[in-house]
Design a protein around this ligand. Structure first.
Ligand SMILES: N[C@@H](CCC(=O)N[C@@H](CS)C(=O)NCC(=O)O)C(=O)O
Length: 324
Protein backbone atom coordinates (compact mmCIF):
# COMPACT_ATOMS: atom_id res chain seq x y z
CA UNK A 1 0.00 0.00 0.00
CA UNK A 2 2.85 2.33 0.96
CA UNK A 3 4.63 1.49 -2.30
CA UNK A 4 1.48 2.09 -4.32
CA UNK A 5 0.96 5.41 -2.54
CA UNK A 6 4.54 6.47 -3.22
CA UNK A 7 4.21 5.61 -6.91
CA UNK A 8 0.97 7.56 -7.15
CA UNK A 9 2.57 10.60 -5.58
CA UNK A 10 5.60 10.22 -7.80
CA UNK A 11 3.31 10.04 -10.81
CA UNK A 12 1.48 13.25 -9.81
CA UNK A 13 4.72 15.08 -9.06
CA UNK A 14 6.34 14.08 -12.32
CA UNK A 15 3.25 14.97 -14.33
CA UNK A 16 3.40 18.44 -12.80
CA UNK A 17 7.10 18.55 -13.43
CA UNK A 18 6.68 17.88 -17.15
CA UNK A 19 3.69 20.21 -17.53
CA UNK A 20 5.30 23.12 -15.74
CA UNK A 21 8.91 22.61 -16.67
CA UNK A 22 9.08 25.65 -18.91
CA UNK A 23 7.70 27.86 -16.14
CA UNK A 24 10.00 26.74 -13.40
CA UNK A 25 13.51 27.82 -12.68
CA UNK A 26 16.15 25.14 -12.99
CA UNK A 27 17.19 25.13 -9.34
CA UNK A 28 13.61 25.14 -8.18
CA UNK A 29 12.92 21.98 -10.17
CA UNK A 30 15.98 20.33 -8.67
CA UNK A 31 14.18 20.47 -5.31
CA UNK A 32 11.85 17.79 -6.64
CA UNK A 33 14.64 15.29 -6.22
CA UNK A 34 14.46 15.89 -2.46
CA UNK A 35 10.95 14.41 -2.49
CA UNK A 36 10.81 10.84 -1.22
CA UNK A 37 8.51 9.45 -3.98
CA UNK A 38 10.84 10.74 -6.71
CA UNK A 39 13.86 9.26 -4.96
CA UNK A 40 11.95 6.02 -4.55
CA UNK A 41 11.11 5.96 -8.29
CA UNK A 42 14.71 6.61 -9.30
CA UNK A 43 15.99 3.81 -7.06
CA UNK A 44 13.25 1.49 -8.38
CA UNK A 45 14.23 2.45 -11.94
CA UNK A 46 17.90 1.72 -11.38
CA UNK A 47 17.06 -1.63 -9.78
CA UNK A 48 14.63 -2.69 -12.46
CA UNK A 49 16.93 -1.67 -15.33
CA UNK A 50 19.70 -3.74 -13.75
CA UNK A 51 17.28 -6.65 -13.43
CA UNK A 52 16.09 -6.36 -17.02
CA UNK A 53 19.68 -6.59 -18.25
CA UNK A 54 20.42 -9.56 -16.04
CA UNK A 55 17.37 -11.66 -16.97
CA UNK A 56 17.98 -11.69 -20.75
CA UNK A 57 21.63 -12.55 -20.03
CA UNK A 58 20.47 -15.71 -18.25
CA UNK A 59 18.01 -16.39 -21.08
CA UNK A 60 20.79 -15.99 -23.64
CA UNK A 61 22.97 -18.50 -21.83
CA UNK A 62 20.05 -20.93 -22.05
CA UNK A 63 19.49 -20.10 -25.74
CA UNK A 64 23.11 -20.78 -26.61
CA UNK A 65 22.82 -24.26 -25.14
CA UNK A 66 19.99 -25.14 -27.54
CA UNK A 67 21.38 -22.97 -30.37
CA UNK A 68 19.45 -22.83 -33.64
CA UNK A 69 20.93 -21.78 -37.00
CA UNK A 70 21.61 -18.05 -37.14
CA UNK A 71 20.19 -16.16 -40.12
CA UNK A 72 23.07 -14.62 -42.08
CA UNK A 73 23.16 -10.91 -42.91
CA UNK A 74 22.63 -10.38 -46.64
CA UNK A 75 22.43 -7.32 -48.90
CA UNK A 76 19.83 -8.80 -51.26
CA UNK A 77 17.58 -11.81 -51.67
CA UNK A 78 19.16 -13.31 -54.79
CA UNK A 79 19.67 -16.65 -52.95
CA UNK A 80 16.03 -16.80 -51.88
CA UNK A 81 13.80 -18.58 -54.41
CA UNK A 82 10.52 -17.73 -52.74
CA UNK A 83 9.72 -15.58 -49.73
CA UNK A 84 7.74 -17.89 -47.46
CA UNK A 85 8.01 -16.02 -44.19
CA UNK A 86 8.98 -12.54 -43.06
CA UNK A 87 9.77 -11.61 -39.45
CA UNK A 88 10.09 -7.90 -38.79
CA UNK A 89 12.01 -7.00 -35.63
CA UNK A 90 11.02 -3.48 -34.83
CA UNK A 91 9.89 -0.69 -32.49
CA UNK A 92 6.28 0.24 -33.16
CA UNK A 93 6.97 3.99 -32.94
CA UNK A 94 10.21 4.00 -34.99
CA UNK A 95 9.91 6.00 -38.25
CA UNK A 96 12.25 3.62 -40.14
CA UNK A 97 10.19 0.59 -39.04
CA UNK A 98 7.01 2.40 -40.06
CA UNK A 99 8.52 2.94 -43.51
CA UNK A 100 9.10 -0.79 -43.92
CA UNK A 101 5.62 -1.63 -42.63
CA UNK A 102 4.01 0.89 -44.99
CA UNK A 103 5.83 -0.76 -47.89
CA UNK A 104 4.86 -4.31 -46.92
CA UNK A 105 1.27 -3.25 -46.20
CA UNK A 106 0.89 -1.44 -49.52
CA UNK A 107 2.08 -4.55 -51.37
CA UNK A 108 -0.11 -6.78 -49.19
CA UNK A 109 2.89 -8.84 -48.13
CA UNK A 110 2.16 -10.71 -44.90
CA UNK A 111 4.69 -10.55 -42.07
CA UNK A 112 5.11 -11.20 -38.38
CA UNK A 113 6.06 -8.34 -36.09
CA UNK A 114 8.41 -8.99 -33.20
CA UNK A 115 8.44 -5.96 -30.95
CA UNK A 116 11.96 -5.59 -29.60
CA UNK A 117 12.52 -4.63 -25.98
CA UNK A 118 14.56 -1.41 -26.35
CA UNK A 119 16.30 -1.91 -23.01
CA UNK A 120 17.42 -5.53 -23.18
CA UNK A 121 17.13 -6.08 -26.98
CA UNK A 122 17.01 -9.78 -26.12
CA UNK A 123 14.86 -10.55 -29.20
CA UNK A 124 17.67 -9.50 -31.55
CA UNK A 125 20.56 -10.88 -29.57
CA UNK A 126 21.21 -13.30 -32.44
CA UNK A 127 22.26 -10.39 -34.64
CA UNK A 128 25.40 -8.29 -34.74
CA UNK A 129 23.29 -5.38 -36.05
CA UNK A 130 22.28 -3.16 -33.20
CA UNK A 131 19.37 -1.23 -34.67
CA UNK A 132 15.85 -1.83 -35.94
CA UNK A 133 14.24 -2.50 -38.37
CA UNK A 134 15.74 -5.90 -38.98
CA UNK A 135 13.98 -8.33 -41.28
CA UNK A 136 14.47 -12.08 -41.25
CA UNK A 137 13.36 -13.88 -44.41
CA UNK A 138 12.44 -17.59 -44.25
CA UNK A 139 14.35 -17.76 -40.97
CA UNK A 140 17.52 -17.85 -43.12
CA UNK A 141 18.71 -14.36 -43.89
CA UNK A 142 18.69 -10.99 -42.23
CA UNK A 143 18.17 -7.73 -44.05
CA UNK A 144 19.05 -4.55 -42.16
CA UNK A 145 18.44 -0.82 -42.66
CA UNK A 146 14.97 0.30 -43.77
CA UNK A 147 15.89 1.51 -47.28
CA UNK A 148 18.03 -1.55 -48.01
CA UNK A 149 15.24 -3.83 -46.76
CA UNK A 150 12.75 -2.14 -49.05
CA UNK A 151 15.12 -2.31 -52.04
CA UNK A 152 15.77 -6.02 -51.46
CA UNK A 153 12.02 -6.78 -51.24
CA UNK A 154 11.35 -4.64 -54.31
CA UNK A 155 14.04 -6.41 -56.36
CA UNK A 156 12.82 -9.83 -55.26
CA UNK A 157 9.29 -9.11 -56.48
CA UNK A 158 10.51 -7.05 -59.42
CA UNK A 159 8.28 -4.10 -58.46
CA UNK A 160 10.37 -1.66 -60.54
CA UNK A 161 9.53 1.21 -58.19
CA UNK A 162 13.07 2.61 -57.71
CA UNK A 163 12.77 5.21 -60.45
CA UNK A 164 15.04 8.28 -60.69
CA UNK A 165 12.14 10.58 -59.70
CA UNK A 166 11.20 8.43 -56.68
CA UNK A 167 14.86 8.25 -55.61
CA UNK A 168 15.09 12.04 -55.47
CA UNK A 169 12.31 12.09 -52.86
CA UNK A 170 13.19 8.92 -50.96
CA UNK A 171 16.66 10.42 -50.43
CA UNK A 172 15.04 13.67 -49.30
CA UNK A 173 12.92 11.80 -46.72
CA UNK A 174 15.90 9.74 -45.48
CA UNK A 175 18.52 12.46 -45.33
CA UNK A 176 16.42 15.51 -44.49
CA UNK A 177 12.78 15.15 -43.54
CA UNK A 178 13.00 12.28 -41.05
CA UNK A 179 15.53 14.28 -38.98
CA UNK A 180 12.99 17.04 -38.35
CA UNK A 181 10.70 14.68 -36.44
CA UNK A 182 12.67 13.99 -33.25
CA UNK A 183 13.33 17.69 -32.41
CA UNK A 184 9.58 18.24 -32.82
CA UNK A 185 8.16 15.37 -30.81
CA UNK A 186 10.63 16.01 -27.94
CA UNK A 187 10.46 19.81 -28.30
CA UNK A 188 9.21 20.54 -24.76
CA UNK A 189 9.26 18.41 -21.63
CA UNK A 190 5.52 17.84 -21.85
CA UNK A 191 5.75 16.81 -25.53
CA UNK A 192 8.64 14.46 -24.72
CA UNK A 193 6.49 12.96 -21.94
CA UNK A 194 3.60 12.60 -24.39
CA UNK A 195 5.85 10.91 -26.98
CA UNK A 196 7.25 8.50 -24.42
CA UNK A 197 3.71 7.73 -23.28
CA UNK A 198 3.07 6.50 -26.83
CA UNK A 199 6.45 4.73 -27.07
CA UNK A 200 6.08 2.88 -23.79
CA UNK A 201 2.41 2.06 -24.46
CA UNK A 202 3.07 0.52 -27.89
CA UNK A 203 6.57 -0.81 -27.17
CA UNK A 204 7.79 -4.00 -25.53
CA UNK A 205 8.60 -2.83 -22.00
CA UNK A 206 8.33 -4.96 -18.90
CA UNK A 207 5.23 -3.66 -17.12
CA UNK A 208 7.19 -2.51 -14.08
CA UNK A 209 9.47 -0.45 -16.34
CA UNK A 210 6.76 1.37 -18.30
CA UNK A 211 6.46 4.34 -15.98
CA UNK A 212 10.16 4.73 -15.06
CA UNK A 213 11.10 4.40 -18.76
CA UNK A 214 8.57 7.04 -19.66
CA UNK A 215 10.03 9.52 -17.17
CA UNK A 216 13.70 8.86 -17.89
CA UNK A 217 13.25 8.40 -21.65
CA UNK A 218 11.37 11.69 -21.93
CA UNK A 219 14.00 13.58 -19.93
CA UNK A 220 16.92 12.13 -21.88
CA UNK A 221 15.30 12.66 -25.29
CA UNK A 222 14.34 16.23 -24.39
CA UNK A 223 18.04 17.02 -23.98
CA UNK A 224 19.21 14.88 -26.90
CA UNK A 225 16.68 16.55 -29.19
CA UNK A 226 18.38 19.90 -28.56
CA UNK A 227 21.65 18.41 -29.81
CA UNK A 228 19.87 16.94 -32.84
CA UNK A 229 18.34 20.32 -33.49
CA UNK A 230 21.82 21.90 -33.67
CA UNK A 231 23.24 19.06 -35.72
CA UNK A 232 20.54 19.51 -38.37
CA UNK A 233 20.64 23.34 -38.23
CA UNK A 234 17.07 23.64 -37.00
CA UNK A 235 16.25 26.89 -35.23
CA UNK A 236 12.47 26.61 -34.95
CA UNK A 237 11.28 22.99 -34.89
CA UNK A 238 7.70 23.55 -36.00
CA UNK A 239 8.72 26.08 -38.67
CA UNK A 240 11.18 23.54 -40.14
CA UNK A 241 8.47 20.88 -40.07
CA UNK A 242 5.92 23.06 -41.86
CA UNK A 243 8.53 24.19 -44.40
CA UNK A 244 9.51 20.56 -45.05
CA UNK A 245 5.88 19.54 -45.51
CA UNK A 246 5.32 22.50 -47.83
CA UNK A 247 8.30 21.51 -49.99
CA UNK A 248 6.65 18.10 -50.34
CA UNK A 249 3.25 19.63 -51.11
CA UNK A 250 4.69 22.03 -53.73
CA UNK A 251 6.24 19.09 -55.58
CA UNK A 252 2.95 17.21 -55.27
CA UNK A 253 1.16 20.20 -56.86
CA UNK A 254 -2.21 18.98 -58.15
CA UNK A 255 -1.30 15.32 -58.28
CA UNK A 256 -3.06 12.78 -56.05
CA UNK A 257 0.26 11.24 -55.08
CA UNK A 258 3.88 12.01 -55.80
CA UNK A 259 3.63 9.01 -58.13
CA UNK A 260 0.57 10.49 -59.92
CA UNK A 261 -2.58 8.37 -59.76
CA UNK A 262 -0.86 5.71 -57.63
CA UNK A 263 1.56 6.09 -54.70
CA UNK A 264 5.22 5.88 -55.63
CA UNK A 265 8.04 4.63 -53.43
CA UNK A 266 8.50 8.23 -52.25
CA UNK A 267 4.85 8.44 -51.10
CA UNK A 268 5.34 5.27 -49.08
CA UNK A 269 8.51 6.62 -47.45
CA UNK A 270 6.88 9.92 -46.52
CA UNK A 271 3.69 8.25 -45.31
CA UNK A 272 5.67 5.70 -43.27
CA UNK A 273 7.71 8.25 -41.36
CA UNK A 274 4.69 10.49 -40.72
CA UNK A 275 2.61 7.56 -39.51
CA UNK A 276 5.15 7.09 -36.72
CA UNK A 277 4.06 10.38 -35.12
CA UNK A 278 0.30 10.07 -35.73
CA UNK A 279 -1.61 10.99 -32.57
CA UNK A 280 1.12 13.23 -31.15
CA UNK A 281 0.84 17.03 -30.80
CA UNK A 282 3.42 17.47 -33.58
CA UNK A 283 1.16 15.57 -35.97
CA UNK A 284 -1.94 17.57 -34.97
CA UNK A 285 -0.03 20.86 -35.37
CA UNK A 286 1.19 19.74 -38.78
CA UNK A 287 -2.37 18.96 -39.92
CA UNK A 288 -3.62 22.29 -38.55
CA UNK A 289 -0.85 24.39 -40.14
CA UNK A 290 -0.31 22.74 -43.51
CA UNK A 291 -2.50 21.19 -46.22
CA UNK A 292 -1.09 17.69 -45.94
CA UNK A 293 -4.27 16.09 -44.52
CA UNK A 294 -5.77 15.32 -47.96
CA UNK A 295 -2.67 13.48 -49.18
CA UNK A 296 -2.27 11.68 -45.85
CA UNK A 297 -5.86 10.39 -45.90
CA UNK A 298 -5.46 9.26 -49.52
CA UNK A 299 -2.27 7.44 -48.55
CA UNK A 300 -3.92 5.70 -45.61
CA UNK A 301 -6.65 4.43 -47.92
CA UNK A 302 -4.14 3.39 -50.63
CA UNK A 303 -1.92 1.51 -48.20
CA UNK A 304 -4.94 -0.28 -46.79
CA UNK A 305 -5.11 -2.85 -44.01
CA UNK A 306 -1.97 -4.51 -42.75
CA UNK A 307 -1.08 -8.16 -43.31
CA UNK A 308 0.80 -8.25 -40.03
CA UNK A 309 0.52 -10.66 -37.18
CA UNK A 310 2.09 -9.87 -33.84
CA UNK A 311 4.37 -12.15 -31.99
CA UNK A 312 6.10 -11.53 -28.72
CA UNK A 313 9.24 -13.62 -28.59
CA UNK A 314 10.27 -14.75 -25.15
CA UNK A 315 13.95 -14.11 -24.69
CA UNK A 316 14.40 -17.88 -24.16
CA UNK A 317 13.62 -18.35 -27.84
CA UNK A 318 16.32 -15.98 -29.07
CA UNK A 319 18.99 -17.41 -31.26
CA UNK A 320 22.63 -17.57 -30.41
CA UNK A 321 24.83 -14.46 -30.80
CA UNK A 322 25.70 -13.78 -34.43
CA UNK A 323 29.29 -14.46 -35.39
CA UNK A 324 29.38 -12.94 -38.88
N1 LIG B 1 19.35 4.02 -41.16
C1 LIG B 1 18.65 3.10 -40.33
C2 LIG B 1 18.32 3.80 -39.02
C3 LIG B 1 17.67 2.84 -38.02
C4 LIG B 1 17.64 3.44 -36.63
O1 LIG B 1 18.33 4.44 -36.32
N2 LIG B 1 16.81 2.84 -35.78
C5 LIG B 1 16.74 3.27 -34.41
C6 LIG B 1 15.29 3.19 -33.92
S1 LIG B 1 14.29 4.47 -34.62
C7 LIG B 1 17.53 2.31 -33.55
O2 LIG B 1 17.40 1.12 -33.67
N3 LIG B 1 18.38 2.85 -32.68
C8 LIG B 1 19.21 2.05 -31.80
C9 LIG B 1 18.54 1.72 -30.51
O3 LIG B 1 17.36 2.01 -30.30
O4 LIG B 1 19.20 1.13 -29.70
C10 LIG B 1 17.37 2.65 -41.05
O5 LIG B 1 16.93 3.37 -41.97
O6 LIG B 1 16.86 1.57 -40.75
Amino acid sequence: MMIFHSFRRANLLSRNFFRNFHRQQFFKTLNLFNKKPIQFSLIALAGSVALSFNLPYRAETKAIEGATKVPRIVEDLRDVNKIEKIDLYQYEACPFCNKVRAYLDFHQIPYTVIEVNPLSKSEVRFSSYKKVPLLVVNGECQLVDSSKIITAISNHYNFKDHTEEAKKWTDWVDTFFVHILAPNIYRTMSEAYEAFGYITETGNFSSYLVYPSRVTGASIMYYISKRLKNRHNITDERKSLYEGVNVWLSALANKKFMGGEQPSLADLYMYGVLRSIEGLSTFDDMLANTNIAGWYIRMKAAVGPSGRTNKKVASQQSLTTQKN
